[in-house]
Design a protein around this ligand. Structure first.
Ligand SMILES: NC(=O)c1ccc[n+]([C@@H]2O[C@H](COP(=O)([O-])OP(=O)(O)OC[C@H]3O[C@@H](n4cnc5c(N)ncnc54)[C@H](OP(=O)(O)O)[C@@H]3O)[C@@H](O)[C@H]2O)c1
Length: 332
């Protein structure tokens, strides 16, 4: 792929909550402009365009994908639409940043990756956690051996949402449930530090709408390392993470996936607090990565490579198979 030697022109596909947060974050990104938005309705597209100062507002995703001036599309639709929307944009020659979970399953994920590669286009899962400065520093410290060899990882992401069967979180028609929405973060955190698991054991409590309201996962990795992870939609959890090594441990407090501070406890040394504050939501860092990749002609991020997204999806497929949880849309 040829490097793009001018500011990158973004399109946003859909006008929901995360689309709005991302549009705001784009203002903090160097060499990026928000050119267009596409929605299933003209009224939503116009409303979004007005609030976020976007020049072009389309009444369909197809029209957005067809805009010849858009370089890259950010897919912010519900999980169930990620595959179709990503394939549409890649098929129209657009680079793509697609929200997490990247797709519903590994079959879809592999098709998305294959089309991006075939068309020579950039594709990345919006796993923004990996670009948060403190998470980058955590990885650097661990790779430098600051806590010895990592032996265990603990992380959870759970909150108590009101039980609304129609909301994206609880609706099986929109592939709701804790695993795909929230569990993907502790799983991606574990994968960042320990790689792909070799064994997976999990349990879920399936609620009355038919999706997992809470679930827990124990992963074993190649040298016997263990990850104990959990996610929940109806239970407030600590939302924190611990990384335990042979020579110390690291604690990331509440909202570990967007943390600004952590404490490093090395054996026989004073605890070392590390602060890496940032302004805004934190979505600007993943967007900057996309821009930097496009401007340097890379079709894949080295920080969030496509192989990691495939592996993450394989793990979530295995977990759902253990519960017998499938979504009706997967049968279509
Ligand atoms: N990275 C993060 O921190 C983060 C946070 C929240 C969510 N997410 C992810 O982002 C995605 C969207 O989440 P959200 O909270 O923004 O959802 P949301 O507020 O419900 O918005 C989703 C948007 O998708 C479009 N859409 C397309 N097909 C739809 C359908 N069948 N039903 C409803 N909406 C449909 C709609 O936009 P139009 O009407 O304009 O077409 C809607 O506004 C999810 O996959 C979620 O996992 C990520």
């Amino acid at each position: 792929m040829q490097p793009i030697n001018r500011p990158i022109r973004w399109g946003i596909l859909s006008t929901g909550a995360i689309a709005a947060a991302f549009a705001t974050a784009l203002r903090q990104v160097t060499d990026a402009t928000l050119l267009a938005v596409g929605s299933r309705s003209q009224a939503s597209a116009d409303g979004f365009a007005q609030i976020h100062n976007v020049d072009r507002a389309y009444a369909s995703y197809v029209e957005l994908a067809a805009d010849p001036d858009v370089d890259v599309v950010y897919i912010a639709s519900p999980h169930t639409a990620h595959f179709e929307n990503t394939m549409l944009c890649l098929g129209a020659g657009k680079h793509v940043l697609c929200e997490k979970p990247f797709a519903l399953n590994s079959t879809q994920t592999e098709q998305m990756v294959a089309l991006a590669k075939h068309n020579g286009l950039f594709l990345m899962e919006a796993m923004w956690m990996r670009f948060i400065p403190l998470i980058v520093e955590l990885k650097r410290r661990i790779d430098a051996g600051d806590i010895g060899q990592v032996r265990m990882v603990q992380a959870d992401f759970g909150f108590r949402a009101p039980l609304n069967p129609n909301s994206r979180l609880f609706n099986p028609e929109l592939a709701g449930g804790a695993l795909l929405d929230l569990g993907v973060y502790p799983l991606a955190f574990s994968a960042l530090l320990l790689g792909q698991p070799t064994e997976i054991t999990s349990l879920a409590d399936i609620g009355r709408t038919g999706v997992d309201e809470q679930s827990a996962y124990v992963l074993k990795h190649k040298d016997g390392e263990l990850s104990t992870l959990a996610s929940a939609l109806r239970t407030q959890t600590s939302m924190s993470a611990w990384v335990y090594g042979t020579q110390g441990r690291i604690h990331l407090p509440k909202q570990f996936w967007r943390a600004k501070e952590m404490v490093l406890y090395r054996n026989d040394m004073e605890p070392e607090p590390i602060h890496l504050p940032y302004e805004g939501s934190g979505y600007q860092f993943e967007a900057q990565e996309v821009v930097d990749c496009l401007r340097s002609g890379q079709t894949e991020s080295k920080v969030m490579p496509l192989g990691d997204s495939v592996s993450l999806m394989n793990t979530m497929d295995t977990i759902r198979r253990q519960w017998g949880l499938t979504f009706s849309i997967e049968a279509e």
